[in-house]
Design a protein around this ligand. Structure first.
Ligand SMILES: Cc1cc2nc3c(=O)[nH]c(=O)nc-3n(C[C@H](O)[C@H](O)[C@H](O)COP(=O)(O)OP(=O)(O)OC[C@H]3O[C@@H](n4cnc5c(N)ncnc54)[C@H](O)[C@@H]3O)c2cc1C
Length: 480
């Protein structure tokens, strides 16, 4: 005998949180499954090393098969929103027009998406970074941009009250002040008030789609578990959702599954200055490039920094040279180049179900990256840097695609109602549905699309988002 939920949502990041809230608010009985643990402000890891180990898949060391790209992704209740910077931008015409052209789907336009952005933003505390938020790294960035005649703009973050402390280095390891607007402190919290059930440390291995029922299999703390929903929504992120569908054998029916993987390869470039910069004090990120030429060339620049462990990994070599470099931690400034990648990769699994990710940077991508790296070098030289280290490592933080949205079952995985082609009870509405790389921070758009998806999903059940789900009975018990 087992409970059947109205919806089982797998994953708890920006997508899972919004879906859970909207479905619970409409009166549905919802179960959220998450492979990671739940942390509270008091239990978030207190240092960089344990944050990587306890909040990320593979301890933050997922790579492509040739180890050319390193991927970071959250494995924790709240998903990527627990470990990200929560920079929240809407997509522009350039990104959405590209998606509409690729998919033929009309709602990819700034006008059609505006209502969904408005709705999710109304639940978030948003702060446009002000001059008083800048640390010296941001000041140098702006100084360089102005000297070189390039346009910059303030970043917008999801944060409520970061206080006056200058220890924001912990943002990337969970926010102990509950200021950063992760899905845990926003949508999941509200969904719980509407009855959401959450099960953590539940690693989903298989999804079986049936006419009236979807069964989800997995392991929870070493114990085999199965749960049931009338409908299931997969929100495990680009790698997670694609891996779950591949492990469940959907590839034979969905030939495009695993294709079209993008990741905005990022290069963190460090300059050493004679002065103390203290990039680790105050907000890590507060300004970005706003130069139309850069958008056209396919890259953007943001001021950024990282903890000492991450920075030490960027420096090639070891021994005395490496030690001398790290001793200059307080003299480092950093600018990141993020590339709008043009060459999609693929996500596959091996016989044991482990991820096999293939993605290389082709000439077009290197052209974009090199254009950005050249601008960074010019900026640092203009500012009088003693030494500039261009990042030898490419990092993928924005992972997208694998279950692309589109109209055609040969070239896409979900339709414009966010339903997996020919699987009416299975939906996906996370970063895995992205048709291409937008070149813009993705999290807000993931939430806006999840909001749109929740309306379609409720409509499939005959419910408009303003009315309540008519439950057949509060809990349906079935013999399985
Ligand atoms: C360091 C860093 C900084 C970033 N900064 C920004 C930023 O400032 N702005 C921005 O827009 N984006 C940023 N991003 C990217 C952003 O966080 C992601 O794009 C976003 O979190 C993706 O949302 P999602 O809901 O699709 O998936 P995720 O947030 O990845 O959530 C998926 C969840 O599903 C769970 N899951 C996966 N597989 C399974 C399984 N088999 N069983 C059970 N659960 C599973 C995962 O554990 C995870 O919690 C950053 C990312 C990183 C790593």
């Amino acid at each position: 005998m087992a409970d059947i939920y109205d919806f089982v949502i797998i994953g708890s990041g920006p997508s899972g949180g919004v879906l859970a809230y909207n479905l619970c608010k409409a009166g549905a009985r919802v179960l959220m499954l998450e492979a990671g643990k739940e942390f509270t402000p008091n239990t978030f890891p207190s240092n960089e090393m344990s944050a990587n180990a306890s909040l990320m898949w593979s301890g933050g060391m997922d790579t492509t098969t040739d180890a050319g790209l390193l991927f970071l992704r959250g494995k924790v209740l709240g998903g990527g929103s627990i470990i990200n910077q929560c920079l929240l931008d809407r997509f522009d015409d350039n990104a959405l027009d590209d998606w509409r052209a690729r998919t033929g789907v009309d709602f990819f336009s700034t006008d059609a998406m505006a209502r969904h952005y408005d709705e999710v933003e109304s639940h978030l505390s948003l702060h446009t970074m002000e001059r008083c938020d800048w640390n010296r790294n941001a000041e140098l960035y702006v100084e360089g941009f102005e000297k070189c005649g390039m346009e910059w703009a303030p970043l917008r973050r999801g944060q409520s009250d970061c206080g006056s402390g200058n220890d924001c280095i912990v943002c990337l390891g969970g926010c102990p002040r509950e200021s950063k607007q992760s899905s845990l402190v926003t949508f999941i919290k509200k969904a719980r008030q509407h009855g959401l059930t959450v099960e953590t440390q539940f690693n989903v291995s298989q999804i079986i789609h049936g006419t009236n029922l979807v069964t989800v299999y997995g392991q929870q703390n070493g114990t085999a578990r199965q749960v049931h929903g009338r409908r299931c929504i997969v929100a495990g992120g680009a790698l997670g959702s694609t891996q779950m569908l591949l492990k469940s054998g959907f590839k034979s029916k969905l030939p495009a599954l695993g294709n079209n993987f993008n990741c905005h390869p990022q290069f963190m470039n460090i300059a050493l200055f004679d002065e103390i910069v203290d990039s680790h004090k105050g907000a890590f990120q507060s300004v970005k490039s706003q130069d139309a030429r850069f958008r056209q060339q396919g890259f953007k620049l943001e001021n950024v920094f990282a903890g000492p462990i991450a920075v030490s990994l960027l420096k090639p070599g070891f021994g005395i040279d490496h030690q001398r470099f790290m001793q200059k931690y307080r003299n480092m400034a950093c600018i990141e180049v993020a590339v709008r990648d043009a060459t999609a990769g693929t996500i596959d699994i091996d016989k044991t179900g482990r991820l096999k990710i293939k993605k290389t940077m082709a000439d077009a991508d290197w052209q974009r990256a090199n254009a950005g790296l050249q601008v960074v070098e010019t900026l640092f030289n203009t500012l009088g840097a003693r030494e500039v280290m261009k990042s030898p490592i490419k990092i993928g933080l924005h992972l997208m695609g694998g279950c692309t949205l589109g109209k055609d079952g040969q070239h896409s995985v979900v339709n414009e109602r966010f339903q997996v082609h020919d699987h009416p009870n299975l939906f996906i509405a996370d970063s895995s549905i992205f048709p291409s790389a937008p070149g813009i921070n993705p999290a807000l758009s993931i939430m806006a699309l999840a909001h749109k998806a929740s309306e379609h999903i409720l409509a499939e059940c005959g419910v408009s988002s303003s009315t309540q789900v008519q439950k057949e009975s509060p809990v349906v018990e079935v013999q399985l």
